[in-house]
Write a protein that binds this ligand. Structure first.
Ligand SMILES: *[C@@H]1O[C@H](CO)[C@@H](O)[C@H](O)[C@H]1NC(C)=O
Ligand SMILES: *[C@@H]1O[C@H](CO)[C@@H](O)[C@H](O)[C@H]1NC(C)=O
Ligand SMILES: *[C@@H]1O[C@H](CO)[C@@H](O)[C@H](O)[C@H]1NC(C)=O
Length: 528
């Protein structure tokens, strides 16, 4: 447990903030507008300092491999050896306006051999799409648009797009199935799949933004058609029993038939970003994706009506349950904590306050998962006992004895205590701040960031933790995920940064939409 906001010394480390030179107040003193601006500005510089530190460690010990092992100063290639951390870091380095890092990565991209995976390793269509294709297209959009001042070589910028296209061309055979539902697990030498008979809701349903953008930028319609055909099975689910609540579907789809094989799901890992992309596609293009918006509304309304859940020990707190058929499971995850932000985005875009309000309630629930642990960082997974269902039933079991006191006090208990540098809680704070302008959400994000920096910073970078409920984090997993660069540092930075065209707009009229890896993509419009 810890209490209160940390008031660490705020020094403008890199000196790039527009407010540099202003005396930096502590959060408690920052009551006036100018003081608040200076405070938030200094915070954004501190996040940049962390990004520079992580980049330096990665560059020294791991570049151009996929990720750094910061404790042992070694590296690995869990994403096929194409430099995942570099590609994931690029859009963040752009928004932070760090020209040296931008140049290093932009110059590296043309050298990547996207025709071969290191050691013929298995390639995930989903992970490759959200990290590499998303990262390359985002950088291309930013460097051709509002950040063209950071493009030292126009030829190298064009290579961002041609490398994304080359990678998609190499992946496209995945969709060559009887239904058009792709295989997720692929190999390149020779092109083949892992023989799976099913693919997952999130892995099928989180391709359409990146591949549609690729079609819109290159003029080759095939990328959009392949992913939209696959998505059509998700938006018209069969059999009917696979949709236990309107808009909420199962998690496993048969590759041969396009039919769902189950009726279990929620907004958790494995299914989450299908729902996320329904509204984001509407943000991307309101004309072509109006039917996706309608599916999102169905899912959102069903979730408010059926999945909202309040722990028996803290009935004022809101979490979202999972389901098996129409049976609710009182379990959630750090991954699922993006849901607050997604409801807020939907509420802003559709001008429906009920979605914003529900998103803010979910965001506050996820905040509790941070403030109740010994490190001030939330766990990978947690459970609770609901207030309205008898707690003797199999589906609403009490906590194990060792967790009873924690549940009493916190309103949840921890089922997976690790933290792997995930962004979702800070991501939802970001949307909450953009929607409300309430400094409270910046303070929550800063508080989380300070704790993450204090606990995960080790050796040459930042490492995942084994146990967030032991002071110091219970040891390190010695792995710095590429999404640390793409997501945690980006949302921690943007929430404190000044208004800019890539920021989520309170008006709901967004010029950019963030993919699930936090890479901003230029929207087509028309702006809603
Ligand atoms: C468009 O992309 C698809 C998928 O990679 C490819 O098979 C096709 O040849 C491309 N079409 C043109 C005209 O380049
Ligand atoms: C279960 O319900 C009983 C009776 O309503 C209550 O006394 C008890 O505190 C509940 N246990 C938990 C863990 O919520
Ligand atoms: C992050 O940790 C470093 C090293 O301990 C420290 O110098 C820096 O001030 C910290 N940043 C924040 C925002 O707490």
């Amino acid at each position: 447990m810890y209490s209160g906001y940390l008031t660490v010394g705020l020094i403008s480390v890199l000196g790039l903030c527009s407010m540099t030179g202003v005396a930096i107040p502590t959060v408690h003193q920052a009551s006036h507008r100018a003081d608040k601006d200076a405070l938030n500005c200094a915070r954004s510089d501190q996040v940049k300092e962390a990004f520079q530190h992580a980049w330096d460690g990665y560059y020294k010990h791991a570049f151009p491999h996929d990720e750094l092992h910061p404790v042992s100063n070694t590296f690995s290639d869990s994403r096929n050896g194409w430099g995942a951390s570099a590609v994931d870091a690029l859009s963040t380095a752009l928004l932070m306006q760090l020209p040296d890092i931008v140049d290093t990565i932009v110059d590296y991209v043309p050298t990547v051999d996207f025709d071969h995976a290191v050691d013929d390793s298995q390639i995930s269509l989903f992970e490759t799409t959200i990290r590499f294709i998303g990262g390359l297209l985002s950088a291309y959009d930013l460097l051709k648009g509002p950040l063209s001042n950071l493009a030292s070589s126009p030829a190298a910028v064009d290579k961002l797009l041609s490398q994304a296209q080359r990678l998609a061309d190499n992946l496209a055979f995945a969709f060559n199935t009887p239904s058009g539902i792709p295989y997720n697990n692929l190999y390149f030498d020779p092109p083949r799949n892992d023989g799976s008979t099913t693919n997952g809701l999130a892995t099928v349903g989180t391709l359409v933004l990146e591949w549609t953008r690729l079609s819109d930028l290159t003029g080759n319609k095939t990328y959009a058609q392949l992913t939209q055909r696959a998505e059509s099975y998700l938006n018209n689910p069969k059999p009917a029993t696979s949709e236990p609540f309107p808009g909420l579907v199962g998690s496993s789809i048969n590759i041969a038939t396009g039919q769902f094989e189950d009726a279990s799901g929620g907004w958790v890992g494995g299914t989450d970003s299908y729902y996320e992309y329904l509204i984001k596609m509407y943000v991307y293009d309101t004309t072509r994706f109006a039917s996706y918006k309608d599916r999102w509304i169905k899912a959102a309304d069903s979730s408010i009506d059926n999945l909202a859940s309040h722990p028996a020990t803290h009935p004022d707190v809101t979490f979202m349950a999972m389901y098996q058929g129409t049976t609710k499971i009182f379990y959630s995850q750090h991954l699922a904590c993006f849901n607050g932000g997604n409801f807020i985005l939907g509420g802003l875009v559709l001008e429906e306050q009920k979605y914003v309000d529900f998103g803010l309630a979910l965001t506050a629930g996820c905040h509790d998962t941070y403030t109740n642990t010994a490190t001030g960082i939330g766990p990978e997974a947690f459970r609770w006992v609901e207030d309205s269902t008898p707690n003797t039933s199999n589906t609403n079991p009490p906590p194990p004895a060792a967790s009873a006191a924690f549940f009493q006090q916190a309103g949840f208990w921890i089922t997976s205590p690790n933290y792997v540098l995930r962004p979702e809680v800070i991501e939802s704070y970001y949307y909450a701040y953009r929607a409300t302008g309430d400094q409270k959400y910046r303070d929550w994000a800063w508080d989380a960031f300070v704790h993450i920096n204090a606990t995960t910073r080790v050796g040459s970078g930042f490492s995942g933790l084994l146990n967030v409920n032991i002071a110091g984090g219970g040891g390190y997993d010695d792995f710095q995920e590429s999404f640390w660069f793409a997501e945690v540092l980006k949302y921690s930075y943007l929430i404190h940064a000044t208004d800019n065209e890539w920021q989520v707009e309170h008006s709901g009229k967004n010029q950019w939409v963030f993919n699930t890896e936090a890479h901003p993509m230029k929207v087509v419009g028309p702006l809603v």
